[in-house]
Design a protein around this ligand. Sequence first.
Ligand code: AMP
Length: 226
Amino acid sequence: MAETTTTPAVLILLGPPGAGKGTQARMLEERFGLIQLSTGDLLRAAVAEGTPAGLAAKSVMEAGGLVSDEIVLAILKDRMERPDVKAGVILDGFPRTAGQAEALDALLTAGGQKVSAAISLEVDDEAMIDRVAGRFTCATCGEGYHDTHKQTAREGVCDKCGGTEFKRRADDNAETARERLKAYHAQTAPLIAHYRKMGVLETVDAMGSIDDIASALGTIVSGASA
Ligand code: AMP
């Protein structure tokens, strides 16, 4: 059973590619009944569907750059209008630019909401390249694995659901990961100061085990949504 929250929380996970935002967002979603909202997932879905936004985003994503604020904000706003987000959201991979952060603040203010906490996952850059370049997921249940750090117990079989199909993101290779890391430092890391100024910044050492990080995040989220 998910723990309940009294006010709908708006949580932001900040951190470079490979920091564990997606993994931790899924765990928080399960534990607190919040909705994980990943602009990367929304963009990948748009690419797969071949929508105009997806067509425009595809080459930028493959090169490891940032998709335009215009496209990302349109996709995000569309998703924020669905009723399930009333339970509260974990923004994973959004905002990534100052313009997106300002647009989010305006969107929340208009709806009588505000950011509950912006949590920066602090990690070591070089380790992130290795994490990203080796990761893959079960195509059936989405469980995450890594070529060296987290292999399946039985080769080719998902530990969680028994699925035998796996997938790798097109942009999860060392070269693109370096570009994504550059984009993070140039355009997203400055948002840490924005949220510190707003008084909602939290930082978590994200080089430890998945469970230790989840526990640190759980403590913050319990406080933020109480
Ligand atoms: P992610 O799944 O969060 O690692 O995102 C994968 C890719 O999607 C990024 O490298 C960007 O090209 C694009 N993307 C995802 N979210 C955003 C965003 N908020 N702003 C701009 N580009 C984004």
